[in-house]
Design a protein around this ligand. Sequence first.
Ligand code: SAH
Length: 237
Amino acid sequence: MYNMSRLRAVLTLPRRLRLSAPTPLDRNVDHMKFVLDLRRRGIMDAAVLRAMEEVPRDKFVMPAHARSAYVDRAMPIACGQTISQPFVVAYMTEQLEVRPEHHVLEVGTGSGYQAAILSRLAAKVTSIERYRTLADAARIRLKALHYDNVDIIVGDGTAAVPDRALFDRIIVTAAAESVPQALVDQLTVGGIMVLPLGPHDEHQALAKIVRTEHGFERTDLIGVRFVRLLPGQAQEL
Ligand code: SAH
């Protein structure tokens, strides 16, 4: 529970007047404002907002960025990659329409933050990352937070995930120039995939693809900017 009188005092205290290191209460306040801001920007799904409220983003960014973990921006992580902007994480998750019985595949584990959010909504999450360094660090983080329904694999997410059944939902958190066929083939009928599509180093459109009995239906959503989806597992790191 929050201490309401202390909370009100901190909410009215301009950030630049905080002379000491942020306390757990400061972090709670920043985190609460962050969720209110997501709601103000149009994220409506209560379960998604709850997951964004529950998962501590400050544990997924580099220590030097922990103080600004609840600012709405992408941040650098190891291996030259980025943890996505929280609004985009919330928006993609909402568009994925995850239900509690679902098995979700994420391509591009990165810090593990998006996988952590999905783990609060789905029965099981499988996340695949081409850098072993990132996959190992994300696995340790998720274990420390007891998000035990996430399985992290090192490999190439543009190829079919070996020995895995079909997935109810697939989210790709790196930009592809076209829809990877091996991935859509792993969607159940009625399944949904959300991915950034478009030229590298430019803005991309978030696409939502629904697998129907007869094929696929695609809707383009908001503009986004993601790092590249690269083929193959990384040789180093
Ligand atoms: N979802 C992450 C952010 C992802 S950044 C988070 O919440 O922090 C995109 C990630 O996709 C990078 O870590 C990059 O290494 C990974 N990636 C790019 N191409 C890939 C591929 N073919 N297979 C698996 N991972 C890939």
